[in-house]
Design a protein around this ligand. Structure first.
Ligand SMILES: *[C@@H]1O[C@H](CO)[C@@H](O)[C@H](O)[C@H]1NC(C)=O
Ligand SMILES: *[C@@H]1O[C@H](CO)[C@@H](O)[C@H](O)[C@H]1NC(C)=O
Length: 205
């Protein structure tokens, strides 16, 4: 009897391990609400996620030379929005991450900064000048995690490293023209900071 149970348990565990790829959730997501995703592939230096239709509040494109000041500008605008500077004077809880999409075209950079919107606010977010609601359909992301504070040179190195990691895989044939820097901690948290570079794709194949 016990032997049968053990066997069934092992079989069950095996089936579960075949179905679920182990990825670790960013630690700040135990304290802030974060978008949910399935991890579809784990590699040594990156993982592939499938995001489950998250909703974001995003700035209009910000023209700047660097990701750091552009993110500061965007975060100020979005903090004001979640603190009630919107058409319903509604306060919204801070969630994570703060995502800065970086697009380079003709040598000029443009940045869209986004806050993930908590589930409770996703159906009817208030409106405000200069911000837009972004509703993702299913999206795939190649993700590389790194710690510390985000700087221009760190981002350049991490983007190059992710690009190198996916070289030769099916994800490299369609590397997007933009990339996203996701930051999960407030500037006041000095240790154990979690950041990620995302290359986003609409389809797996
Ligand atoms: C605020 O904007 C939202 C989204 O555009 C809209 O649905 C809502 O009716 C507006 N509320 C007010 C009080 O104008
Ligand atoms: C990304 O890697 C490809 C080779 O897979 C290379 O051709 C391309 O220049 C790289 N792009 C960046 C931004 O590093």
């Amino acid at each position: 009897m016990a032997a049968t149970c053990t066997f069934q348990y092992l079989l069950f565990s095996l089936l579960v391990s075949l179905l679920v790829v182990e990825g670790k959730v960013p630690e700040p997501c135990t304290r802030y609400e974060c978008p949910t995703y399935d991890v579809v592939q784990v590699e040594k230096d990156y993982e592939i996620r499938r995001y489950n239709s998250p909703v974001w509040i995003s700035t209009d494109p910000i023209q700047d030379t660097s990701v750091v000041p552009a993110t500061v500008t965007g975060v100020k605008r979005l903090f004001s929005y979640i603190n009630g500077n919107n058409n319903e004077s509604k306060e919204i809880k801070m969630a994570a991450p703060v995502a800065t999409e970086v697009s380079v075209s003709g040598g000029k950079s443009s940045f869209v900064v986004s806050f993930y919107l908590p589930k409770v606010n996703q159906a009817n977010p208030p409106s405000a000048n200069g911000v837009n609601v972004q509703r993702w359909k299913t999206k795939y992301a190649a993700v590389r995690e790194f710690g510390g504070f985000v700087t221009e040179s760190v981002v350049a190195n991490q983007v190059a490293a992710l690009n190198a990691s996916i070289a030769g895989t099916k994800w490299s044939s369609k590397v997007p023209k933009s990339y996203t820097v996701a930051q999960y901690n407030s500037p006041f948290e000095l240790i154990n900071r979690v950041n990620e570079i995302w290359f986003l794709y609409d389809y797996e194949d």
